[in-house]
Design a protein. Sequence first.
Length: 362
Amino acid sequence: MSANPPIITVNRVSKSFPGGVQALDRVSLEIAEGEFFALLGPSGCGKTTLLRILAGFETPSEGGIFIDGADMGRVPPNKRPVNMVFQSYAVFPHMTVAENVAYGLKVTGAERKQIPDMVDKALELVRLAGLGDRMPDRLSGGQRQRVALARALVKKPRVLLLDEPLSALDAKLREAMQMELVRLQDTVGITFVIVTHDQNEALSVADRIAVIDQGRLLQVASPAELYEYPESRFVADFIGKMNLFEGTNVGCEDGILSVLVNGLGRLDIPVTEMTNSDVGLAVRPEKMLLLDEHPGDAFLAFPASVDKLAYQGSETRVFLTNEKDVSFEVSVRNASRDSAANPFRGRMWVAWKHADTLILPD
């Protein structure tokens, strides 16, 4: 959590729609002032509903929203200290770039003499200086997105809400715009709240991430903590790639948890907290090694046969199965051209350090 005080407090918010659809179920969280915060989850999990509640476009069935210490329960959208960038950009096609950016200032009664200067500064901020006279149909997708950002930022909101703003862009432009959003947020210093279902996007841009599934908040953490220390099987499997193994707890003593895993046998894993429940074990593919020989007691190691390879440029994904039909996926970094030219094949040892085993309670 940032050292800054919270600018947004979500207090046990639930939202139900007609037909018994529970979009949000008692969600509570705090977002710090100046933080880049991501709401992450699969389609239909409730993240966009929460964003719309923050914006004032939806009303919670239960609970409350506080922004900058003020209860937003009776505050309409146009009176809240927030602005929103939509997935579709919502750029007016019949207006120039400058007219699009100026629109919000005009309807809220900004002093007319100041508007041109404010528009110029907003366009410079998003690196569109000199394009104010252009029509939207003469802009690229990334430039139209920047127009939407400039229009939202020109009113100097306390919080900027972004509803999957990069989903319509191609992969390379999307990656570039992710870094542009980080630069922009760092420059203006206001709180950004982004909704996305793209794990890599959330990991790339956010200071902290809230993972939501079926309307429930599962975990709030920094990108590194979320990736390396997920608190549930869903988070472990949803964030990045993961090898998951089901296990039965057969004893926990002196900091060692013994787990009987189908097809792998008994594994002894060092733990900091004891557990009496059955567990799942998980290992990231990049934490695994592929070796010709058993690496010794410092590693957990299992023989397996290579089934197929998926070359992906910077890495090769290797899929293996052992004799008891347990599957492994190992990511091997292509550190040199030689490594990419020598694919793995046949029977090998899949190995990883004990400490790289994640323990997920049942």
